[in-house]
Design a protein. Sequence first.
Length: 296
Amino acid sequence: MDWDKLRIFHAVAEAGSFTHAGETLHLSQSAVSRQVSALEESVNVPLFHRHARGLLLTEQGELLYRTAHEVFAKLAMTEAMLIDTKEKPTGEIKVTATVGLGSNWLTPRIRDFINLYPEVTVNLILADRELDLGMREADIAIRLRAPVQPDLIQRKLMTVRHHLYASPEYLEENGTPDRIEDLIKSKILVYGDEAPSNISNINWILTRLREFDKDILPIFKVNNVYGLLLAIQSGLGIGSLPDYIVQGHKNMVKVLPDIEGPSFDTYYVYPEELRKSKRVTIFRDFLVEKVADSSF
C-alpha cells in the first residue's frame, strides 16, 4: 500500500472533501482525487461514497481510516520523542484547555513561557470537550477533573473556587447585599442548560436562593463562563464565577466573600509515552510555578 496515497486518503477522510484536503496538503483537488482513486484501485474496494454534498467513508474505508489514524498518531508521538532527545527543548507543544481556563488564565501567561523557551512553539487548542490525548489530538490537557484513562499521567495544578461577583456600577445602583437573603431582590445571572461543565450544581446560587423564594428566576442565562464574566462586568447583575477568571479584569467586586460556591481541582494531563518529554516537563514546571504565584 503506497504510503503517499495512504497519507492523502487519511487527509481526505479527516476533511470530508477532496477540496479541503487539497488545501491542507497544498495539492490541487484533481491531484487529491486521482491519488485516492489510485488507492481504491490498488486495494480493489471503494473507500468513499461520493455525493454532491461531500464524501462518506464506506465500511472498508472506515476500517482503513481507523488503522491509518492509529499509525499516524503513533508516528506523531515518535516524532515528538525524537525531537525531545535534543538537549535544548525545541518544536511544537500542543496544549488543550477549556475555553474559560485557557483564554483567561493560561493565555496571558504564555508570553513568559515563550520568553524562557523561544524555540518551543505553543499550539493552544481551546475546547470544552475533552480531546483524545491517546490519539494525539493534543500532547497535554489541562482538565477540570481527574482523567479516568489508565494510560494518562496526571498532576494536580490547583483548586478552583467559585464566588459571587458584580460590577461597582451595579452595586452603586442596586445596593450591596449584606446577607444571602438580600440576593432575592437582586438581578441574578446564571449558566444556561447547554453550558458544558463537570461541576455539579454549577448554578448553586439559585439552589440557595430558592430556599427563601422557590419561584425566583434569573434574568439572564449564558452557556459560556466568559460570556457570564462579560455580562457581570457590564453591570447586568450578580453571578457566580470561578476566581481565576476574574484575575486581570477590572470593574469586578466580590459579593458576600464569605459565601463560597462549588470547588474543583484542575489537572495537568499527558500520555504515558511523553513521560520523558522535555517539552512536557518544562511546561508542567512552568505552570506549577505560575499557580504558586497566583492569588486565588
